[in-house]
Design a protein around this ligand. Structure first.
Ligand code: BGP
Length: 458
């Protein structure tokens, strides 16, 4: 038996842009994703854009009933900035206020602890046009958006998050091609990362001031980086990968400052962002109350093949290369390595190096393509998902036995939802969605998750 501590939270996570659907006429503004889809629909799997989701915006009353049927004691989604404040700053969309208040009241009425994230990769396009996260104006706009949310919904939300996986838009949008604006610019990437951290710290400050009884955090994808060998070159590469991909937000969020080693690397690359001492004080004085941790896959790292002078166009490849470990266990649909022990290693890092701060596993999950082929008598028999969750929970359980301060497990995701460029390619839900009819059906894992929650273990 794997029993979890009393009061351990069981739930799922989703996000506004991935579940609500766009409802023209209800005052929602355009986000960076809506814009990108309009400009380049061919980039999106099967040409399915952010308007075609599980349409939680329309069907939330029935959808919320599934939270009970799947045994949720907690649930996370996000407020879409472009729905609440269509231009990013200024006027608040009253229809959005009514929508979110009704959703939150209904979830509260079921006794489910509501966790609310403020930014899940979705920027109002009006701000993107002015430079997006490269421009400090976006930082102040985010602070004001966050304060508006605390004032409008503080009575209904239990726990707040500022950003989901803030490193992802930095890497995917400024060092790669998976998020808008898809440019390769190392210096811009560093500025965007810094500005995002500053915005997060400012939101923490606003929450503590406006909602002093509430707790607030950030959600980080803490991919551990494992070196290919014990050679000093591979170990150094893994250390740098970890600094960029995990510690760049973890240290300022929890400790209030950037790791010295990382600052030096950025300095050497001539890529220090524009900052002020007042801003660094804001980061220093507004650390998170606990942590949200997403875990899907580890990083396997080797020394970079590029040597010599830093080539700014190369970005992170100046410092490390990823490699595919022979014999690794892999989710063939998503292409991601499955390595359950990563959870344990993250837990021990938090315990040893971050004062054992309290944390919640806010995302972990298995995306599967063509799930309908696993349907028997009208229900998807997703034993592979149950096994995936169990195997990860065993490592989480071991970590808790060894002192990890983890208070909950949240699966990605609740009802199959839309996902960025992959759209509906991979399904993650406890509840199946028929995209054409909007019919929703519990998967086997949905029933199993309820038992898991009721037994507080398996
Ligand atoms: C996380 C994101 C989610 C979700 C998930 C699954 O990184 O926070 O938004 O998309 O990954 O990833 P994907 O849908 O790309 O397979």
């Amino acid at each position: 038996m794997y029993k979890f501590p009393d009061g351990f939270l069981w739930g799922t996570s989703t996000s506004g842009p991935q579940s609500e659907g766009v409802e023209p006429g209800d005052g929602k503004g355009m986000s960076n994703w809506d814009y990108w889809f309009q400009e380049a629909p061919e980039k999106f799997h099967n040409g399915v854009g952010p308007g075609r989701t599980s349409t939680f915006y329309k069907n939330y009353k029935e959808d919320i009933d599934f939270l009970e049927q799947t045994g949720h004691t907690t649930f996370r989604t996000s407020i879409q900035w472009s729905r609440l404040i269509p231009e990013g700053v200024g006027e608040v969309n009253q229809q959005a206020v009514e929508f979110y208040r009704d959703v939150f009241e209904r979830i509260n009425a079921k006794g489910i602890k509501l966790m609310m994230n403020l930014y899940h990769f979705d920027l109002p396009y009006a701000l993107q046009e002015k430079g997006g996260w490269e421009n400090k104006e976006t930082v102040y706009a985010f602070r004001d958006f966050a304060a508006t949310c605390f004032e409008l919904f503080g009575d209904l939300v239990d726990t707040w998050f500022t950003f989901n996986e803030p490193i992802v838009p930095v890497e995917a949008g400024y060092l790669g091609d998976f998020h808008y604006p898809a440019k390769h610019d190392f210096k811009a990437a560093i500025q965007v990362g810094y500005n995002t951290q500053l915005a997060s710290s400012m939101a923490v400050e606003a929450c503590h001031r406006l909602n002093p009884d509430h707790r607030i955090s950030v959600i980080l994808n803490l991919t551990p980086a494992y070196p290919k060998s014990d050679s000093p070159e591979d170990k150094k590469a893994a250390r740098i990968a970890e600094l960029f991909q995990a510690k760049s937000f973890l240290d300022p969020s929890v400790k209030g400052e950037y790791p010295e080693e990382l600052v030096q690397i950025v300095k050497d690359a001539n890529a220090l962002p524009e900052y002020t001492d007042e801003e660094l004080d804001i980061i220093k004085n507004n650390t998170v109350d606990f942590l949200g941790v997403n875990y899907y896959q580890p990083l396997r790292v080797q020394a970079p093949s590029h040597t010599g002078d830093i080539d700014v166009a190369l970005g992170l490849e100046n410092y490390f290369d990823n490699y595919i470990m022979p014999g690794r266990k892999i989710n063939p649909h998503r292409g991601w390595e499955i390595y359950e022990q990563g959870i344990y290693d993250i837990a021990m890092d938090i315990k040893e190096n971050y004062d054992n701060i309290e944390w919640i596993l806010t995302e972990n999950g298995m995306g599967v393509e063509g799930e309908e082929k696993f349907k028997v008598d009208g229900m998807i028999q997703d034993d592979y998902r149950i096994e995936f969750i169990q195997n990860h929970l065993k490592e989480l359980h071991r970590a808790i036995q060894d002192g990890a301060n983890c208070h909950g497990y949240m699966l990605w995701t609740f009802i199959d939802c839309w996902s960025w460029l992959n759209a509906y390619k991979n399904r993650y839900g406890l509840v199946e969605l028929d995209l054409e009819t909007q019919e929703k059906t519990m998967k086997k894992s949905g029933y199993w998750f309820k038992e898991l929650s009721e037994n507080n273990g398996f």
